[in-house]
Design a protein around this ligand. Structure first.
Ligand code: SUO
Ligand code: CP
Length: 315
């Protein structure tokens, strides 16, 4: 694997999922692979899981790890080419990425959507600028439109917990008062559309995701109908794609509760975390055996390890 920016960089999803499961069973089998190599993890936004799980996975593979928060630890970075840099950004990504690429063999980048300009966000400017100027493999640690390390961990988790060979998987929109990116939901759709699952997406009107991510998934505005017989409920809030970045409703009837989970086939509840308790999902659900959010987060280590191994093997 050369880069891991989206699913398009993955030649064989089944093999990558299996590699993650192998890493989980035997975490230190490939400790020689990263010897004397360095990964830089560059964050434009906050993180708990991505930061720690990717660092842990890198260490399991014998890599040295450097972590930097852009704008807090480093200079603010200008992303636009050809601009007169008389604003608050002291350094251009052309120099910054090129320099980081000289210190590191691999770079992981987290840069969320700004949610102001849809075309700019969906052009994946930050990922593409790093890819263009760093001259080393780039790993997406959640970009404007995708979170593939999360989706890979989600696939591993579904493989582990599926009660039937072809489970019903439901992505449901959850209420939130803040506008959040579409990245996790987009990415989950992109990956589920390539898996052998019965995939349903449910959200209120106006919350349609970009068509290139929804693909052929069944979409319904009736959450109860979607939950009927589901094996997995994957909750996520996202802001509107159509009225870009807007919160159109905070309708609390979309919160996942114990009553709603009763509609499912004793389904498992999944969420990428962080999650706002009793806004998006009730305590009752999160504290029940139906919630697998901790196992899901734990699998972030193995998804990162599978990706790092594939990239190291190609260096
Ligand atoms: N990486 C996992 C999710 C990150 C981000 N969530 C958030 O920003 C939640 C913030 C809050 O609830 O205040 C998102 O939705 O893309
Ligand atoms: N799920 C996830 O990416 O979590 P963090 O934002 O804490 O990294």
């Amino acid at each position: 694997m050369t880069n891991f920016i989206s699913l398009a960089d993955v030649a064989d999803i089944d093999a990558l999922i299996q590699s993650g499961r192998d890493a989980k069973a035997n975490p230190f089998a490939d400790q020689h692979l990263g010897h004397n190599k360095t990964i830089g993890l560059i964050f434009f936004n906050s993180s708990l899981r991505t930061r720690l799980s990717t660092q842990k996975a890198a260490q399991n593979l014998g890599l040295n790890v450097m972590v930097m928060n852009v704008g807090q630890d480093s200079w603010g970075l200008e992303m636009e080419d050809g601009t007169i840099m008389n604003g608050d950004k002291a350094e251009h990504v052309k120099e910054a990425a090129a320099v980081m690429g000289r210190y590191c063999n691999i770079l992981g980048i987290r840069a969320f959507a700004g949610l102001q300009d849809r075309d700019k966000d969906y052009s994946e400017q930050v990922m593409n600028q790093f890819k263009k100027y760093a001259a080393v493999p780039i790993i997406n640690l959640e970009s404007a439109t995708r979170h593939p390390l999360q989706s890979l961990a989600d696939c591993i988790t579904i493989e582990e917990f599926k009660p039937v060979p072809r489970p019903k998987v439901v992505l449901t929109w959850l209420p939130h008062f803040k506008p959040l990116p579409q990245a996790v939901a987009n990415s989950f759709c992109e990956w589920m559309n390539q898996r052998d699952v019965d995939f349903v997406v449910t959200h209120p009107e106006g919350y349609d995701l970009a068509p290139e991510f929804v693909g052929n998934a069944r979409v319904t505005h009736n959450q109860d109908e979607a939950f009927d017989g589901a094996d997995f409920i994957y909750g996520k809030n996202w802001s509107s794609y159509i009225r870009y970045g807007k919160v159109l409703t905070q309708d609390s009837s979309w919160m996942v509760t114990g009553e709603k989970m009763k509609l499912t086939n004793n389904g498992k509840f999944m969420h990428c975390l962080p999650v706002r308790r009793n806004v998006k999902v009730s305590d009752e659900v999160l504290d029940s055996p139906q919630s697998i959010v901790i196992e899901q987060a734990a699998n972030r280590e193995w998804s990162a390890q599978a990706v790092l191994k594939a990239i190291l093997n190609n260096l």
